[in-house]
Design a binder for this molecule. Structure first.
Ligand code: ATP
Ligand code: MG
Length: 239
């Protein structure tokens, strides 16, 4: 569904992503693991069109999207849930969700999607009229996820959904991700520093280090790998 070949991304002279190749098959959950500054967000932003790759190919559904605008990429069925959630604090929960559906003008379809979303996330339904800023971190993450789902993506790019959340809340978010794949066949590229919880929900994973893919394999292989354990699992508490 999503294929990257030798993708490079630069910020001026900073070479943040170096010849990265990876693929995500339909219905797969694939984890992208790496430390701070490894290039994870940069790579997701190049896929979603927010940043331009300086080299390589990015294909979605067999179509080259490397030069497409972000709005067009969303319409093709690829949505990014940004790092730190970026919900609009002064706006209501419901208005934040409506923003995710901005490219759809069929009001009935939007209303139906909204009801479906509220049944999936009852906590958002309860608080639909409140300012997003009043939600807890976990609730804001669900709102960010919900907002992305309002665009009806077939593939979701999730950037550190567990960041700053208690382990239980983080698990709940990942349970939702697993349910979306199971019930809707959603395809997910999941960025996390918390390798253990990411690999618990993912089928496969890639380890990114200073912009390069260092390792890849099934979740079981990566969890058993000594380098992965030392670098990404050793210092983690029970998560
Ligand atoms: N706007 C920018 N201008 C210049 N350099 C940047 C910019 N954004 C990121 N970088 C650099 O690119 C590299 C990759 O950063 P990126 O944010 O993609 O890492 P990350 O893996 O998402 O890290 P984190 O886990 O902390 O979110 C880093 O060296 C970073 O300093
Ligand atoms: Mg990041």
């Amino acid at each position: 569904m999503l294929t990257l070949r030798n993708v490079d991304v630069h910020y001026g002279r900073v070479h943040a992503v170096r010849r990265v190749s990876l693929h995500v098959a339909p219905g797969e959950i694939v984890a992208l693991i790496g430390a701070n500054g490894a290039g994870k967000t940069t790579l997701l932003s190049a896929i979603s069109g927010v940043l331009r790759a300086s080299g390589g190919e990015i294909e979605f559904d067999g179509k080259d999207i490397a030069a497409e605008k972000p709005e067009r990429i969303v319409r093709l069925g690829l949505s990014q849930v940004p790092e730190r959630r970026l919900v609009f604090g002064p706006m209501s929960v419901e208005d934040n969700l409506l923003l995710g559906a901005y490219s759809c003008f069929e009001r009935r379809r939007v209303a139906a999607d909204m009801e479906e979303l509220y049944s999936m996330f009852p906590v958002l339904a309860e608080r639909r009229g409140q300012q997003a800023a009043a939600l807890s971190g976990g609730e804001q993450q669900m709102l960010a996820l919900g907002r992305a789902l309002m665009a009806r993506p077939r593939c979701l790019l999730l950037d550190e959904p567990g960041m700053g959340l208690a382990p239980q809340v983080c698990k709940e978010i990942f349970r939702h991700v697993a349910a979306l794949r199971r019930d809707k066949g959603l395809t997910v590229l999941l960025v996390e520093q918390n390798a253990k919880s990411a690999l618990a929900v993912a089928d496969r994973g890639y380890v990114l280090e200073t912009g390069r893919v260092l390792l890849s394999g099934t979740s079981e292989e990566l969890l058993a790998n000594r380098d992965v354990r030392r670098a990404y699992l050793g210092r983690e508490k029970e998560a």
